[in-house]
Design a protein around this ligand. Sequence first.
Ligand code: ADP
Ligand code: 5GP
Length: 194
Amino acid sequence: MSHTPTGKILIFTAPSGAGKTTVVRHLLKHFPQLGFSVSATTRPPRPGETDGIDYHFLEPEDFTTRIANGEFVEYEEVYPGRFYGTLYSEVERIWALDKTIVFDIEVKGATNLKKFYPENSLAVFVAPPSKEILFERLRKRSTEDEASLKARFDRSAEELGYANNFDRILVNDVLKTTLDEAEVLTANFLGNRK
Ligand code: ADP
Ligand code: 5GP
């Protein structure tokens, strides 16, 4: 099967808690030209998350089979025992709708996507104002148990070091300003559409 790109991709990446999901959800409401890439994951759903909308929640065996079948554009074991990945079927589904794909993805997956789709892609690193504020946001979100919080904090120092690998850095301090800036850069990116 050929996997030739037929559309554009817009990537938002950041350490957990920086605000990329908040930014992506906002943009999806404002730009009907965007389609969200629903990742596959082996982590369990959080309250309020829906299978097929927030993620494709898969059993670990199913995820492993799909890796073996070459169904992923990229995948990572983001936290010990927790896999996340982008399915070719998602990418093709969204391009078939003639939409630009928007990704909410951690830094290694984002780096791989950028390598895989160097043309017609924009990768934005959402940076927290400080590490302390990042941790505070993650705690206040109240979605993680202590073990999961620790795994996320442990990973964030390395993730913050990836900031300069991407096309843009969007510092998420005052939310309204961040969302306005995200709208501008998205409008510019979509405006270039051929
Ligand atoms: P990520 O997807 O990067 O893990 P989220 O979008 O879930 O991050 O944001 C983490 C938490 O911080 C959420 O509870 C969100 O409502 C909150 N948040 C996001 N941006 C800001 C901001 N600029 N100021 C204060 N809180 C924020
Ligand atoms: P969460 O468990 O908070 O939803 O996601 C944890 C991390 O995995 C986040 O940084 C999120 O962006 C990232 N992630 C979500 N989907 C994918 C994916 O398809 N591939 C990769 N590599 N990371 C993903």
